[in-house]
Ligand binder design. Structure first.
Ligand SMILES: [Zn+2]
Length: 287
């Protein structure tokens, strides 16, 4: 009996000591976890404008703890054709801005107006700043759908990728500013929030595309490169657009009046109409 009691007392003392050691370990682990979580939380949010500019913190919470895997014109999430098999084509014209990209192709726009061709214009903040009056006039014409071509016409990268020698955005915050600030500029001037985004150079990584989606945009490129950055000849433009199919999205430019985009367009539009195609704005067939 005595031996049994002693044994029990001895065992329970060991158990208490074992439990308190366990508790110590548990408490230590909890403190380490809190410390590590707090470190990552504060360092990862350091450079990000949490709600400062009306950006939801949620945009950042979902991100971006991995490196992008894709880079280019057709990464995951980029639309390259309309959601229809009807005989419709979306002509889109970029206005890029910058030192060599702030011109205005009167001839081209006049042709579109005279022939009542509805089109989508992707316009950058830089181009708007150089062509404010023209921008307002274009935006007031119901033929033209005004969409977002980025504030500074930058390739959209979360880690500083370049395209055609143009350095892209360096991180998520810069991607968001590039998209959001031009959207705001367009909305302030037109009263309409743009629905679609195409970056400068039309290059993205898949994380930038997701960020654009979170800001409310669909990212839209093309499946017909109509004027090769306004460097194509009239016959190259005609040949490119002859390949248009139901639902095609064509990219051309409205900011290079010295190019042959207007001449090519004038030649191809009657041929496409003869083939039974009509022209639509993006919002009519992308949702
Ligand atoms: Zn451009």
């Amino acid at each position: 009996m005595t031996i049994g009691t002693e044994l029990w007392a001895h065992t329970s003392t060991d158990m208490i000591s074992y439990l308190s050691m366990g508790k110590k370990v548990v408490i230590l682990i909890v403190f380490i976890l809190i410390g590590v979580t707090a470190y990552f939380y504060f360092t990862s949010n350091q450079q990000l404008p949490i709600n400062k500019n009306g950006i939801s913190k949620q945009i950042f919470n979902d991100r971006i703890d991995h490196s992008p895997k894709e880079w280019g014109l057709t990464v995951t999430g980029v639309k390259t054709r309309l959601n229809t098999n009807k005989r419709v084509i979306a002509l889109t014209f970029d206005a890029c801005g910058g030192k060599h990209g702030s011109g205005y192709d009167h001839q081209l726009i006049n042709f579109l107006i005279q022939n009542k061709i509805p089109v989508t214009l992707f316009i950058s903040g830089q181009w708007i700043d150089k062509n404010r009056k023209t921008f307002t006039s274009l935006a007031s014409n119901p033929l033209f759908e005004i969409e977002n071509h980025g504030l500074n016409h930058l390739p959209c990268s979360v880690n500083g990728n370049s395209a055609y020698g143009i350095k892209g955005t360096n991180n998520a915050k810069e991607v968001i500013d590039e998209i959001r600030l031009n959207g705001q500029k367009i909305k302030d001037l037109t009263g309409r929030q743009p629905l679609f985004f195409r970056s400068g150079t039309a290059h993205y990584d898949e994380i930038a595309v997701k960020l654009a989606n979170k800001l409310g945009y669909q990212v839209v490129n093309f499946n017909i490169n109509g004027d090769l950055g306004a460097t194509a000849s009239k016959s190259q433009i005609v040949n490119a657009l002859l390949k248009a199919a139901p639902g095609s999205i064509v990219i051309m430019h409205m900011n290079q009046p010295e190019g042959q985009t207007a001449a090519g367009l004038k030649a191809i539009v009657p041929l496409l109409r003869k083939k039974g195609f009509t022209f639509v704005k993006l919002f009519q067939h992308l949702n």
